[in-house]
Design a protein around this ligand. Structure first.
Ligand SMILES: NC(=O)c1ccc[n+]([C@@H]2O[C@H](COP(=O)([O-])OP(=O)(O)OC[C@H]3O[C@@H](n4cnc5c(N)ncnc54)[C@H](OP(=O)(O)O)[C@@H]3O)[C@@H](O)[C@H]2O)c1
Length: 243
């Protein structure tokens, strides 16, 4: 029997860390991102720009066409791909920048989760969706309006879908996880933003210079442990630093 992980953004950063960790623990890992990981920790990598909503449905349907419900004991979707967006105050963002961040961080997880629930409806295995959210969902950072708003939306999706699914005989468990501060390209982008566009930039420079960042491997191991220890209970919103 297979354990299957479908993950967005498995090409680098935290997503690659998660792909490696689940792969190491016997999962068949399927990734969706624009680029491919340099090292193949998994064989199935689908290239898709998640800002293009119209292509997402066909990718997830294609993935499911290669899965075998009778041979699956665990099916997990991790909505990990994310984009910080243009770091600036709202009035300085172009309409295309506003919609891009919402598309990648919120619309894509909604479409993927919708299809995941629909396509696995009659699967009897354990099914779960893990949304990689952020403390930015509950902490307003000036110049991160699209990032904060999209992550808050992702958490609300977790809350609503957990209620929808909990009444069903074999519903999908859904959680949000805040991964803490992780040493990835996203952090680099945050600390390299000019101060005039991002008041809190020094805080992010300090995280890096003081060695406060977690490695993607550390955070991936923590998330995997929470998963196998049964901590990912339907509807939970967890911060890895507090569990
Ligand atoms: N790093 C942190 O401190 C931190 C803190 C809190 C939350 N998070 C969250 O953790 C998750 C992973 O972030 P990270 O830090 O690992 O960032 P990262 O290193 O920038 O990686 C982002 C991942 O998302 C994928 N992605 C981005 N835009 C995409 C698009 N349009 N279409 C398809 N895939 C796309 C990228 O793949 P391609 O470039 O190959 O497309 C990449 O694999 C995000 O949801 C982020 O919000 C990170």
């Amino acid at each position: 029997m297979e354990k299957i992980l479908i993950i967005t953004g498995g090409s680098k950063g935290l997503g690659l860390g998660l792909a490696k960790e689940y792969h190491k623990n016997g999962y068949r890992v399927i990734s969706i991102s624009r680029s491919k990981a340099e090292k193949l920790y998994f064989e199935e990598q689908y290239q898709c720009d998640l800002s293009k909503s119209e292509t997402i449905e066909s990718v997830i349907k294609e993935i499911f066409s290669h899965l075998d419900k009778k041979n699956t004991q665990q099916l997990t979707l991790i909505n990990n791909a994310g984009d910080l967006g243009t770091v600036n105050t709202l009035e300085n963002l172009a309409p295309s920048e506003i919609s891009y961040t919402i598309q990648v961080n919120l619309t894509a997880p909604l479409i993927l989760s919708s299809q995941f629930i629909k396509l696995s409806k009659d699967w009897n295995c354990k099914k779960q969706i893990i949304n990689i959210s952020s403390g930015a969902a509950v902490n307003p950072y000036e110049s991160w309006v699209m990032y904060c708003a999209s992550k808050a939306g992702l958490d609300m999706m977790t809350k609503v879908v957990s209620k929808e699914q909990k009444e069903l005989p074999n519903g999908v468990n859904i959680v949000s996880i805040y991964p803490g501060i992780v040493d990835t390209d996203m952090q680099e982008k945050a600390r390299n933003t000019p101060k005039e566009h991002f008041k809190a930039v020094q805080r992010f420079i300090d995280f890096y210079e003081h060695g406060d960042l977690f490695s993607p491997k550390q955070v991936a191991q923590k998330i995997y442990l929470l998963d196998v220890e049964g901590e990912l209970k339907n509807g939970r919103i967890l911060d890895v630093r507090n569990v």
